[in-house]
Ligand binder design. Structure first.
Ligand SMILES: [Zn+2]
Length: 122
């Protein structure tokens, strides 16, 4: 069972803690921008109580797991961006980086224009 907050026994100060609510899980707290040490700092004196009870080790393990998931998600998003072909890519002609409109678009506007200008069927 995933530990959830059952008690917030301190005055939440700061924009991250102010969003903390009873019933939240550790990953939900991390998503607010709180780090393992922020959460651990509230564990003594029952300022922050979880059910089931968590130790500092549990919090750092959960934080490390959450961070690696975030990194995977970010890496996947970056991969998808590259696959779509949109965004900066080097021109096949002049090798300068330009903002491509998609995978069909591999030559920069300058080179496209130059190619059209020099094309003379006669
Ligand atoms: Zn070019």
């Amino acid at each position: 069972m995933e530990p959830r907050i059952t008690k917030i026994g301190f005055k939440p100060i700061g924009r991250r803690w102010i969003a903390a609510r009873i019933g939240m899980t550790l990953p939900e707290l991390f998503s607010l921008g709180l780090r393992a040490k922020d959460v651990c700092a509230k564990l003594p004196h029952d300022w922050l109580v979880f059910d089931p009870k968590v130790s500092e080790t549990d919090v750092s393990a959960a934080y490390n797991g959450w961070r690696s998931t975030q990194r995977k998600v970010a890496a996947l998003a970056g991969h998808e961006r590259r696959r779509s072909g949109k965004g900066p890519r080097p021109c096949m002609c002049c090798k300068k980086t330009f903002k491509s409109e998609g995978s069909h678009n591999r030559i920069c506007r300058y080179c496209t224009g130059r190619a059209a200008a020099t094309y003379d069927p006669w």
